[in-house]
Design a protein around this ligand. Sequence first.
Ligand code: URA
Length: 242
Amino acid sequence: KQETSAPTQCVGPDYKPDRHKPTATVSTDVDFETVTVLPQTPQLIALLTKIRDVQTERGDFIFYSNRIIRLLVEEGLNHLPTVEHTVTTPVGRPYAGLMFQGKICGVSIMRAGEAMEQGLRDCCRSVRIGKILIQRDEESAQPKLFYDKLPEDIAERWVLLLDPMFATGGSAIMAVEVLKSRGVPEERILFLNLIASPQGIKNFATKFPRLRVVTAFVDQGLDEKNYIIPGLGDFGDRYYTI
Ligand code: URA
């Protein structure tokens, strides 16, 4: 398995000299223009440190994951189209602003992706959310589509695809194939995830050059069981069960 070395950097606000900033491991850089990595701020690094820690118990894991999910959704929404929109304020003055254009929906890859649904609902009132269940086929060991329930007008919507851990990219690739087969063009899909592997990013961005990815962090690689390293273990288990 390929593994990159971990980049470290002084983390903190620009006005502070580096000697007054702590050093931490930050995301690996990515070369694909379609992939956005969240700014490596002290907040984000501290939140990720919490959820990576094997000692973090379930309540805290949920709380801190939800905060990162919120940051991902807020950044994801910046990639959707807006149009100019002027309003009048209560003091009778115009304000030349913007408004969102176009309908959206979320699609979670079950089960871990469902953990990201609330973060999307918190930002987009009454948002429609579909689901896709993909599991490894026992015989072929390849990802297999077991179930999907998607809004009937999904072809007219922007789709925010939700899955927290972007490991090999196998499930995400299959989920995108399902969305494309329902008429959603690649350029109207945005894939949001917390931690990605360099391999997953490369597979995906090469296969879907017009699809945008927003991630909080790109890690070093995958282990022999295709867990992301250093990663955080099994996201679904930590969020839902342990
Ligand atoms: N899914 C997880 O939950 N964790 C990983 O590291 C990879 C896939």
